[in-house]
Design a protein around this ligand. Structure first.
Ligand SMILES: [Zn+2]
Ligand SMILES: [Zn+2]
Length: 137
């Protein structure tokens, strides 16, 4: 039986699933997220590695060192280029970060906070959520 949350890349060759309802769901305005997503912010959440199941596809990992100085692997679909998840997070061992847009039902997981708001561009309106200038920890 499929897990509670299912997700895929734009072309559908990479699919994965997990059961956890994440506690940490961030709208992140940092420069790393801007570069990686191509947008003003990225919306992502943490899923325990043990709950994360890659079903199909062979995502390609790009190792990256964030502005924090901590490394991570950004995984994307080599067919369509969609970014699907980040793993081997030096700052968050045991977690995989999944981008909300990868979900088959993105409406099921809502952001809980906004972070790196110091990097938010002037035209972007704050959401009605806790705001953090940097990382909330
Ligand atoms: Zn794809
Ligand atoms: Zn970020």
């Amino acid at each position: 039986m499929a897990k509670k949350h299912t997700a895929r890349c734009a072309c559908g060759s990479v699919t994965f699933e997990f059961d956890s309802d994440p506690d940490f769901v961030a709208v992140c305005h940092c420069l790393d997220c801007k570069k990686a997503s191509g947008g003003e912010a990225a919306v992502f959440f943490g899923v325990p590695e043990i709950d994360f199941t890659l079903l199909t596809g062979e995502p390609k990992a790009f190792h990256y060192v964030a502005q924090s100085g901590k490394g991570l692997d950004r995984n994307f679909c080599p067919e369509c280029g969609a970014r699907v998840f980040s793993s081997n997070l030096e700052s968050f061992p045991g977690l995989v970060f999944v981008t909300v847009g990868s979900l088959d039902k993105p409406e099921d997981i809502e952001p809980k906070l906004e972070m790196f708001t110091k990097r938010r561009l002037d035209w972007a309106t704050p959401l009605d959520l806790p705001q953090f200038e940097n990382m909330p920890r």
